[in-house]
Ligand binder design. Structure first.
Ligand code: SF4
Length: 227
C-alpha cells in the first residue's frame, strides 16, 4: 500500500514538467536532449527509485553543509546561492566558502560506491557546471566535493576558472536558445549512438526515429504523434 503511494508521489512530480529556461545542469549536455526537454517531448520515465535517489542526494548535501557550518576552520560565506537573474540560465551553487585567504564556490555531488571508487579526476560535466558558477560569481576557484553515498567517503578537486571554457558553454546555450525559439531540433551528438549521454538519454527512442542533422520540430512532432 505505502509503496504504491510513495512511488506515485515521485512519478507524478516528474510528469508534465515543461522547461522554460536553462539550468546550470544543462551546460555541456546534448543540445537535442535539452531541446526535447523544453518541448516536453515524450521521454522514458525514470523509476520512482531513481527519483528517490535524487532526493537522497539533497540529504547528503545537508549532511556536508552541517559539518562545514559547525567548524571554525572554514567560513561558509553563503549557502544555496542563486546566480544573478539574467536571460540565459539559472542555477544555485551549494555554497561559497572562504579559507581566510580566498573564496571558493563549492559544488557537492553524490554518487554510488562503484562510480566513486573509479573517480580519479573531476567529471567533465561537473567541471562545466562549476565553470559557469565561477563565471557568474566572479570567483577564480571552486571545489567539487564528491560523496560516496553508500560508504560516505569524500573526494575533492579544486577547479580554476577558465574564461574560454565558460564563454564557450554560454555561446552553445545561446545558439540552442535560438534553435528552441525557431523550433529547430539540433543535430545528434557526434558520438551517437554509443556515447554515455545517449546510453542514459530519456529521449533515445524518439531521437532514433529522427534524422541525424537538424530537423523542424513541427514536422517531427507530427511523426511522433502518428506513431
Ligand atoms: S540519444 Fe544521444 S544524440 Fe539523441 S537526444 Fe539523446 S543524447 Fe542526444
Amino acid at each position: 500500500m505505502l509503496k504504491e503511494i510513495i512511488d506515485k508521489y515521485y512519478l507524478d512530480r516528474q510528469r508534465n514538467k515543461e522547461q522554460r529556461h536553462f539550468y546550470i545542469s544543462d551546460a555541456g549536455k546534448c543540445s537535442r536532449a535539452v531541446f526535447f526537454k523544453f518541448k516536453n517531448a515524450p521521454r522514458k520515465e525514470m523509476g520512482a527509485n531513481i527519483l528517490r535517489l535524487f532526493d537522497h542526494g539533497d540529504h547528503m548535501h545537508k549532511l556536508i553543509m552541517k559539518s562545514l557550518l559547525s567548524t571554525r576552520d572554514i567560513h561558509v560565506v553563503a549557502s544555496e546561492v542563486n546566480i544573478a537573474p539574467q536571460e540565459i540560465i539559472s542555477g544555485r551553487a551549494d555554497a561559497i566558502i572562504s579559507d581566510g585567504k580566498q573564496l571558493y564556490v563549492l559544488d557537492i555531488k553524490s554518487m554510488n560506491s562503484m562510480i566513486f571508487r573509479n573517480l580519479i579526476q573531476a567529471k567533465e560535466e561537473n567541471v562545466e557546471q562549476l565553470q559557469l558558477y565561477l563565471h557568474y560569481f566572479k570567483i577564480p576557484k571552486g571545489i567539487l566535493l564528491y560523496v560516496d553515498k553508500d560508504k560516505l567517503e569524500l573526494k575533492e578537486f579544486i577547479v580554476s576558472y577558465n574564461q574560454i571554457q565558460a564563454e564557450s558553454l554560454l555561446k552553445q546555450l545561446t545558439v540552442l536558445k535560438k534553435q528552441i525559439d525557431s523550433n529547430t531540433i539540433p543535430s545528434r551528438l557526434a558520438d551517437y549512438p554509443d556515447g554515455w549521454q545517449c546510453n542514459y538519454c530519456q529521449f533515445r527512442e524518439i531521437c532514433d526515429m529522427g534524422a541525424p542533422d537538424e530537423m523542424k520540430w513541427d514536422d517531427f512532432k507530427q511523426k511522433i504523434e502518428s506513431q
